[in-house]
Design a protein around this ligand. Structure first.
Ligand code: ATP
Ligand code: MG
Length: 333
């Protein structure tokens, strides 16, 4: 899309904001994940076909905004994706970012921390992967694992060699929530928006997706025995997710719970959440002052003088005039 043209209209921006509001966890509210959110919901979109169209235009919109973000260079965006196994994080990243210039995106996945990572404070490894200004960073799993898998498996906490003993385990998670909120506040104040998406999968849909990973040979590599072990802790994870959503949905970095049983719907939701943030940032291509404009004109003269015999002084201007003569100002980049 052309400079200045692809900016969303107010009506589009409002529609996206309205759609995203439905996914937002109200800061300060108490969440009970399995009661409050339906993983199979597809509200706001008629069917998969309409969904495909919407996603296509959403992807184009994101690509345009990402160009602006890179040119503007004052903000970065961090998209944190959390989900249970088979929740669809990889596919969401692939689809949502499909139109975006790879140079402007940085994806980081987080697995069980290495010994080297464990020798640092728990946020260290996430800090190292943050986006720069002008970039969209994606965390495929994120610092939230530190209050999820580590909470469900306290033996992982022992490996972190924390000094002293908190009064209780509960007190420790409270402290982590506070630290994470403060860290995200710090990032936001300094120009880095933290966008948080939780892909909410039902237990039955997870079962079906695991079976598919077993039944289809090309998908076998995606399945691991630990997936089934974690599934057995379903209720513990639901409780940990509920607590995390209640404690860390803040005005500066709210959570979005995305219904994930229908992949096509989850992707639209994730794209909309990201688009909304970019629309709010409203990045601009840098404007040129009169002096720089004058210098550009001088450079242009010089380049025109260098035209070889028989060539137009400015072939691009000629082409552009041609386009304007044939049905107006066409798209150009
Ligand atoms: P998929 O959903 O496709 O299986 P994945 O994100 O699960 O992808 P894996 O390599 O299968 O990727 O798993 C990464 C594992 O690392 C997960 O089991 C996760 O719980 C674990 N992990 C991530 N962060 C931490 C952490 N801070 N402490 C301990 N384990 C972690
Ligand atoms: Mg896995």
């Amino acid at each position: 899309m052309k400079n200045g043209r692809a900016r969303t209209t107010d009506a589009q921006a409002e529609r996206i904001a309205g759609f995203v509001d439905r996914l937002r966890v109200e800061p300060g509210s108490k969440v009970n994940l399995s009661k409050d959110f339906d993983p199979a919901r597809t509200v706001g979109i008629k069917n998969k076909k309409e969904g495909r169209e919407i996603l296509r235009s959403g992807v184009a919109l994101l690509a345009d905004y990402q160009r602006r973000l890179a040119a503007d260079g004052s903000h970065g965006v961090l998209l944190c994706l959390q989900a249970l196994d088979a929740g669809g994080k990889d596919g969401t990243i692939r689809h949502v970012m499909s139109g975006v210039n790879p140079q402007g995106v940085r994806v980081a996945g987080f697995r069980v921390p290495s010994a080297g990572e464990l020798a640092h404070d728990y946020l260290w490894r996430y800090t190292r992967e943050l986006p720069r200004r002008g970039e969209i960073g994606i965390f495929n799993r994120s610092h939230y694992e530190e209050v999820l898998v580590v909470r469900v498996h306290p033996e992982l906490l022992d490996r972190q060699r924390l000094p002293g003993r908190p009064k209780s385990r509960k007190a420790l998670w409270r402290r982590r929530f506070r630290e994470i909120n403060a860290w995200e506040r710090y990032l936001t104040d300094n120009g880095f928006r933290v966008v948080k998406v939780f892909l909410n999968l039902s237990k039955e849909e997870q079962r079906v997706r695991f079976l598919k990973r077993i039944d289809v040979p090309e998908r076998n590599w995606k399945f691991s025995a630990s997936d089934v072990r974690e599934r057995a802790r379903w209720d513990d994870y639901q409780a940990a997710f509920s607590d995390m959503l209640s404690a860390t949905s803040t005005p500066w970095a709210p959570w979005h719970v995305v219904p994930a049983d229908h992949k096509w719907y989850a992707r639209i939701c994730a794209a909309a959440v990201l688009a909304r943030t970019l629309i709010e940032i409203d990045p601009h291509y840098p404007a040129i002052d009169d002096r720089s404009r004058h210098e550009l004109e001088l450079e242009k003269r010089q380049l025109e003088k260098e035209a070889p015999a028989g060539a137009a002084a400015d072939p691009y201007a000629v082409k552009r005039r041609g386009h304007q003569g044939h049905g107006g100002d066409r798209r150009r980049r």
